[in-house]
Design a protein around this ligand. Structure first.
Ligand code: NAP
Length: 320
């Protein structure tokens, strides 16, 4: 199994983490309570010890509550990360990263998760009104109170990360990153590597696109949240399907799936500690967990690099 040190902490996490957004069912079609709990359990059974959730995952914290159910009785075997600073307003979201809000949300998250502490607590995003140092200060206080073990930040630029890190040393940073969205290599990734801060990246599968199972003529369900992203539209979609055809051939020759190839590539990038792989079905997380066993040879790496070169730059967008 592939366990790695989280930043400079004493926590060890699996290089494939369970991303717990899809189970919340907000933008994911057909996520059921039964399937979601089975998916979380399957993750644990297949060597994943790292669960990534947030206060805002679910209309009423469903993601955290389901994780709480699954980890009951094995709390010391899992590393739980949650986030504060974004809350739901209906199916949409709002930002509030004031210290008092983060502290209240953290208390609520602990209750939902059925635990006295979380291993990693992220500022989910800046609200662009509260100074970053004040939000970071709230997480320092949560650490001092024993409610949080280590600090993280998500969706911040390097200037904001530095401000956070000066007020509260960071253990992990959570940006988006995948084969088609590698812009963190310009700034955030080197900044983290220099400071031995873990990169725990979201959207490794670009919301399912890079699992390679959606064909060129895929019709999205009206409630599916994905078509709003450029990656799933028009010319970008066609170019992505051309790229996926290349990955499909590489994976077939290697005897693995496209999702496994993509995740193995992601967790082999320097500085990336863990890929946060979302799933709504148990078979999906079982498939991606197996990427931890895939040996990404130089030959495979070169074949992927050449396909990426032909794909060229993609139109990128983040979650917030
Ligand atoms: N910090 C932030 O702001 C932020 C933002 C976004 C996400 N995150 C975190 O990062 C995690 C990952 O993001 P994500 O879940 O949105 O996207 P993702 O991991 O890139 O993709 C997950 C989706 O891909 C599909 N999928 C997964 N495994 C598959 C397989 N083996 N075969 C075929 N399809 C498969 C599923 O969608 P379908 O079955 O519906 O096709 C699944 O919901 C989240 O769960 C969350 O923990 C954080």
């Amino acid at each position: 199994m592939s366990f790695r040190q989280l930043g400079q902490s004493d926590l060890n996490v699996s290089s494939v983490a369970m991303g717990c957004w899809p189970i919340a069912g907000i933008t994911t079609v057909d996520a059921t309570y039964q399937d979601s709990v089975a998916t979380l359990s399957r993750a644990f059974d297949h060597g994943i010890n790292f669960f990534d959730t947030a206060y805002a995952y679910g209309m009423d914290g469903e993601s955290e509550k389901m994780i709480g159910e699954v980890i009951a009785g094995r709390r010391d075997e899992v590393v739980v990360a949650t986030k504060g600073g974004i809350h739901r307003v209906g199916k949409g979201q709002d930002f509030d990263s004031r210290p008092e809000t983060l502290k209240r949300e953290c208390d609520e998250s602990l209750q939902r998760l059925g635990t006295d502490f979380v291993d990693l607590y992220y500022l989910h995003a800046a609200d662009n009104q509260t100074p970053i140092a004040e939000s970071a200060g709230a997480i320092t206080d949560l650490i001092a109170a024993g409610k949080v073990r280590t600090a993280g930040a998500s969706n911040l630029n390097v200037t904001q990360l530095q401000e956070f890190h000066d007020a509260c040393p960071l253990t992990a940073v959570q940006p988006h990153f995948n084969m088609l969205q590698q812009e963190i290599e310009n700034d955030v990734a080197p900044w983290c590597r220099e400071r031995e801060i873990s990169l725990c990246v979201y959207w490794p599968l670009m919301k399912g696109l890079l699992a390679g199972k959606m064909g060129r003529n895929h019709k999205f369900h009206p409630q599916d949240g994905r078509p709003k992203y450029p990656m799933f539209q028009g010319d970008e979609w066609e170019k992505n399907q051309d790229f996926l055809d290349e990955l499909r051939a590489i994976a077939a020759a290697e005897g693995c799936t496209v999702a496994q190839l993509v995740v193995a590539w992601t967790i082999s990038r320097p500085g990336i500690t863990s890929a946060l792989c979302g799933a709504k079905r148990a078979w999906q997380i079982e498939e991606t967990a197996a990427a931890m066993q895939l040996n990404l040879t130089d030959e495979l790496q070169s074949a992927i690099d050449a396909a990426l070169e032909r794909r060229g730059p993609a139109v990128s967008r983040s979650a917030v």
